[in-house]
Design a protein around this ligand. Structure first.
Ligand code: DX5
Ligand code: ZN
Length: 230
């Protein structure tokens, strides 16, 4: 998918299912299910056991999903929770990542990494942890397509939403302007999503609220519908 089309998908108000809480034995069919329900951004959480304690998946899983996501006209958004993300950008881009998000806390070379992702042909996302001041986004706001404001401490699905995020989101939005997607990740459900929407978020990652539900497609739609009323 071209960067322009990916940017459009990222910027649209929407829900990005996170496969972290999916059944990995049935990963492709679970992804197909949420794509059929209307999802167009699929969120893949990459953890290295260093930046965050758990280890999850790498480029092989991105590659395994890229076909099914592309066929549906969707985009694969890779959330790198790894140290020195600049060293892995090329591999994830080659595997089919349409957008690559890295953490400001994970490298001293934020501008360099943003540029590397851009040159790889993927959209650029920059993430900040709950305790990281929004100013971490300031000097590169022009170089990113997406700002990810973590609403839990990264590393695990199923954690409760950090309420302080609602005070932070308007500052993130003011800093990056209207053209950049503002994404929230962690503890998002149909009650919390509209509150984040009103605070300035536009893209809503949801893992356990979708994939731990008995009907993931219905759970996806419930969050999407909650945004219509926001
Ligand atoms: C956590 C990940 C999230 C995770 C969110 O570090 O970045 O994407 O899947 O899970 P929920 O939606 O269950 O909080
Ligand atoms: Zn994530």
């Amino acid at each position: 998918m071209s960067t322009d089309s990916t940017r459009e998908l990222l910027r649209a108000v929407g829900v990005a299912p996170s496969i972290l809480s999916a059944d990995f034995g049935a990963l492709r069919s679970q992804v197909k299910e949420v794509l059929a329900a209307g999802a167009r951004v699929i969120h893949v959480d990459v953890m290295d056991g260093r930046f965050v304690p758990p280890i999850t998946v790498g480029p092989l899983v991105v590659e395994a999903l890229s076909g099914v996501v592309r066929e549906a006209g969707g985009a694969l958004e890779v959330h790198l929770m790894i140290e020195r993300p600049e060293r892995q950008v090329a591999e994830f881009a080659k595997a089919g990542a349409d957008s690559i998000t890295f953490h400001a806390e994970a490298t001293p070379h934020v501008a360099y990494t943003a540029n590397l992702i851009h040159e790889s042909g993927a959209c650029v996302g920059l993430a900040i942890n709950p305790a990281t001041p929004v100013g971490a986004l300031a000097e590169v706001a022009d170089a990113i397509d997406l700002a990810l404001c973590m609403t839990v401490n990264p590393g695990w699905g199923g954690q409760p939403f950090i309420e302080h995020s609602l005070e932070k989101l308007p500052r993130v939005r003011a800093l990056v302007g209207g053209e950049v997607a503002v994404e929230v990740d962690g503890g998002i459900d149909p009650t919390i999503a509209p509150r984040c929407r009103r605070a300035g978020a536009s893209l809503f990652v949801a893992g356990s609220a979708i994939f731990h539900a008995p009907d993931p497609a219905a759970a996806y739609r419930a969050i999407a519908d909650s945004l219509e009323e926001a």
